[in-house]
Design a protein around this ligand. Sequence first.
Ligand code: BGC
Length: 255
Amino acid sequence: MRLAGKRALVTGGGRGIGQGIVLAFAREGADIAIDYVGNAAAAEQTRAEVEKLGRRVVVVQADVSVPSETQKLIGASLEAFGSLDILVNNAGIERRAPFLEITEKDYRAVIDVDLTGPFFLTQAFVRHLRQTSRPGKIINISSVHEELPFPHFTPYCMAKGGLKMMMRNLAIELGDCGITVNNIAPGAIETPINRNLLNDPRKLSALKANIPMRRLGQTADVAGVAVFLASPAADYVTGATVVVDGGLLWNYSEQ
Ligand code: BGC
């Protein structure tokens, strides 16, 4: 098992990509702190699945968009496990709107969940690692849109682009403590964030036509890379983005 004896905190771990990572980590021997904000039932179901795998699990309700809640989240995880080794900043939201129609409320919600949350949660996590003089692994779930424009999703792209630069900066600042920082950039993955798209056959087939591998990704496609980045096999990998998108990001052809 590649993560035996490790303790991992996964934000938004009750469903979607976060849930896939939680289960993959547990299969590899890690104990898991699951953060969720709204969907208690999904978090509890994920808890049960981790327990079935024989791992310890704690479920914490915390809104990562509020900096004081990120401290509470680290505190509750430490209370349960005593220490943490791996942080996965996975929780994310998106809001579709043309630039001129984006409300301040939606703008702030997206930036706060997708960028401010990872910033302050990572700060609290690194404080813990520093206090205990231990190495650690930080994995941010960003998006192909840390690189690729996505019209009508400007705050989302701003947040993911910001997450890319946060990751690169921290990889340098934290390198001498043995803390690695990397991003996974998923493309179109079948999860609740994509609900509207998945329910619209026309949009879905247009999207698939744009993906060289002609299918959406599954959460397991992302989780496999997260296991690698969290494992000793990736001890010397830091400051990198691993794209998991079936070829979507760099797809260009002339007919
Ligand atoms: C977004 C999805 C989108 C995908 C590919 C993801 O970051 O969350 O809504 O389909 O990128 O564009």
